[in-house]
Design a protein around this ligand. Sequence first.
Ligand SMILES: *[C@@H]1O[C@H](CO)[C@@H](O)[C@H](O)[C@H]1NC(C)=O
Ligand SMILES: *[C@@H]1O[C@H](CO)[C@@H](O)[C@H](O)[C@H]1NC(C)=O
Ligand SMILES: *[C@@H]1O[C@H](CO)[C@@H](O)[C@H](O)[C@H]1NC(C)=O
Ligand SMILES: *[C@@H]1O[C@H](CO)[C@@H](O)[C@H](O)[C@H]1NC(C)=O
Length: 965
Amino acid sequence: MRWYGVFTISAIWATLLSSALSTFADEAYNIDFHHALLGIPQPRNTFFHRPDASANAALLYTLSDKAILGAVNPRDGSLVWRQTLAGQAQDNLTDGYLVAGEGDGKITTAFGETVAAWDAGDGRLIWSREIEENSKAIGLQAVPVLGISTDGAVQDVVLLTQSRTAGGGYTVSRLGGDSSADRWHYNDVDSRLDATVSIATSPKHVFYISTSSGIISGQKTKVVVIDITNGKPVKDYSVSLDAEAVSYDLRQVAASCSGSPFLITSDKPYKTLKFNLLGNTKVSTIMLEDKGEDIVSVQVHSACGANAAAHFLVHVSTLSKNWAEIYHIDTAKGDVIKAYSLPAIQESSTFAGSSNANSVFFTRVTDTQVSVHSSESHGNLGRWPRNEIGVGYRSSSKPVYAAAEVASREGTSTAVRVVVTSPEGSWYLIRNGDTQWSRPEMLAYTTVATWSDDIQADSLIQELETEISVDPATAYINRIYRHAQELMSLPHYLMELPQRILSPTADEISTRQTLVGSKSIILATSLRSLFSLSGVDGSIQWHADLSKSLISDVRSLTSHEGRVTLYTAQGSIVVVNATNGVLIEQKSGTIASSQLIELPGSPASTTIKVNEDGIPSYASDLAPSVPAEGNAIMTLGKDGEVLGWTVGSTITQTWSFKPKNARVISITSRPAHDPIASIGKVLGDRSVLYKYVSPNLALLTTLSTTTLKESLTIYLIDAITGTVLHSSTHFGILPCSPISAVLSENWLAYTFTSSDPETSAISAQLIISELYESSIPNDRGLLSARTNFSSFDPDAVHRPHVISQAYTLTEPIQNLTVTQTAQGITNRQLLAYLPHSNAIAAIPMHVLNARRPVDRDPNTGEAEEGLFRYQPTLESDPKFFLSHAREVVGIKQILTAPTLLESTSMIFAFGHDIFGTQVAPSQTFDVLGKSFKRIQLILTVVALYVGVIVIRPLVRRKVVERGWL
Ligand SMILES: *[C@@H]1O[C@H](CO)[C@@H](O)[C@H](O)[C@H]1NC(C)=O
Ligand SMILES: *[C@@H]1O[C@H](CO)[C@@H](O)[C@H](O)[C@H]1NC(C)=O
Ligand SMILES: *[C@@H]1O[C@H](CO)[C@@H](O)[C@H](O)[C@H]1NC(C)=O
Ligand SMILES: *[C@@H]1O[C@H](CO)[C@@H](O)[C@H](O)[C@H]1NC(C)=O
């Protein structure tokens, strides 16, 4: 009997333990989100392509205007792989070229001075080579192969380069697809540097086309036909064409990736087109249909593929309607014949040409439908109404560019996938009319971002506030009504209760999320759009197109009381509703401001504008509000001096400071929200080291301008008086290396990369300095005996006791920030971006403690305090990486914000990729963790209850018996 009981209990224990262990899993990938972006796809470098001959599904390849090459799975829009061609995301790339081989499993890029071949399946680099010095790539074409090769042959490419030297000239070379070795060269030294030069290929020839526009002679286009096998010019001829290129990528050559490339141009008012089939000297004129309205744009679309039929489509738009005309090329005679037209409609359309074996298809995408037409004849192969399913964010309608893939089974069924770029930069795929996914590529252009307040306040809090504000009788009725409502959901709640107790994990994340609170992020892109992102999962909540309201870049973005205010470099203001992005008001500005500073004030915060000369003034464009007294700000004057100002009812300059032979590169202040929970640090022996705390500290980072070896000097300044409290100098700074500084609580940290003067070894350093009132514990320094003093008193200057420590990092870090929590009780973490590892790291402050004992082990007091022996190098521990295994590319700024939970800080990083997460530097001490044993707790309560019931009669009997004694 006894044994049986023991066994049962241990069995229960075993079950409980195992369930507790099995539910404990890492929170990575649950509380964080990452948008791995490419940038806006460039039209000529975006296509569907089978990674190799044996693959049965195509991937979507693109080279974006940020010089990022990537492959996307067309089924769900997920990134298969990506490569940054320039090492990091570029800003505005125009000269990048991407071509795909036919079934040889590689794709080739030319960008700047580099040509590279990549494995189409996994993005591995196969080979890369530098172009001759002082030259850059200006064109790349694949050498067409007729029939898909399955024998493992690799496809060669033809490269066009431009020399940057004075003698100049252009070179066409054929590079071997397997090794990058040159097969042949063709040089053109005659063409002027300002000529427009391009290349096209056909199975037998390479066409080298150069156009120079003389003012008198007009436009002359010269075509050299080169034998593709040996590079010898076969013939050359000149044609006279119109000035404007009308192929969709705005080059004179159209269909350059098909078997029969041609030149096509036009001139306003676009009544006719001039056409020349390359290799044929004949120039034909195409008359466009006259529909009684001025034509405003003409675009030519064609399909790729050496075997594809030689057909093309001309997309013609007038102000009110648009249509398409389809032409067939007579390749023998060099003529064009009009085949048919697609009807004129009022909705805007986007066309895409594609080929499947020999057939060519044209896909038309409008706001309401998608249709597919064969290039052969009139009549559509398929028509689908458009349907937005499963895509949270609907992009604005008029697409700027589309690429299509058509699957057609011998006259029976046709399916089409078309990938579309919208004007604000969203990239989405429509399959038979249904939008399958969208990628928010425009977020890669984020320049400014800010946290928005919690928009949806808790409904219970709202109700309670209403009850307080109304008279007691109404409040009473209201409350009874509310309780009655709650009673209605009780049965449901009771039914769910066992489920909630037994499997709490499913709900864990959402429960935690309600505790943390919902915050969203407002961000502005350089494409003149404003977005609101959920801080929880990074989904887009709304989008506001400000291209009409904004003419210059957004300088500052603030969010208060449901209004987002945006200032531009020219001083104009736009205010939108933070809930839905609806424009509330806008004012055009007159004075350009170089910087905007936000200060607390009443009723709302005040914005201070700083002009180019560093003179601050109130921004009185919106409802006036008065800043709180006693704020100090620092600005950079026109001669590079630092100016200190006090801001109250007036703005007064109080001091100026000019570092000798140095220029100020940044001014850093403490974060606006930086509460200090404790003014001292308790040491192991229970004595206290008082922190040097001042809200007016600022950090100046200056770089020397005189010496050859650059030096970096950091000044810690009291912003009220301009007194330098501390400074330190470091030599041998590498030019252009990232320098970043952060100031919080009673410490400052900065990082730089320097070379050792003796060994010239290059290393990245992180310096941490902690500020205390005195070096002696339990001492508050000179001013401790005074009950009141003014900062301006001559004897009030009280310099902090500074303890500094330097750490050598394994790689440079940049954009330092510090985590923020509501009360500042939780430990802080130093956040930084690691550009070499493409990671975001959070370094716990106790690791960086400046008081770690050097060259000895900690004594008992120090060990009790948590200090451990100092090590000069700080290994980048994978535990520090908030981004885990993910590659977060091109981060420029990291934002942090407190949450409703003291333990948790929210993090959002932007620049190119978007990354967001939550950190709990001291663990989630205020939440029950996943390992909390609910069942055990309930069983204990039940067991106690049963025990009480069982024992109660015994006890009662005992009490009664004792009474009788
Ligand atoms: C990119 O460059 C083109 C021309 O080089 C220019 O027209 C365009 O405005 C630039 N875009 C941005 C975002 O800088
Ligand atoms: C923003 O829009 C919401 C919903 O339309 C509205 O309730 C709220 O009052 C608006 N906020 C402001 C500041 O206009
Ligand atoms: C982040 O660091 C990079 C590299 O030092 C710098 O160019 C960029 O301006 C920094 N971003 C901010 C917001 O300071
Ligand atoms: C501060 O000290 C000055 C003299 O230094 C004295 O006149 C003043 O009353 C003091 N103020 C308070 C609030 O103690």
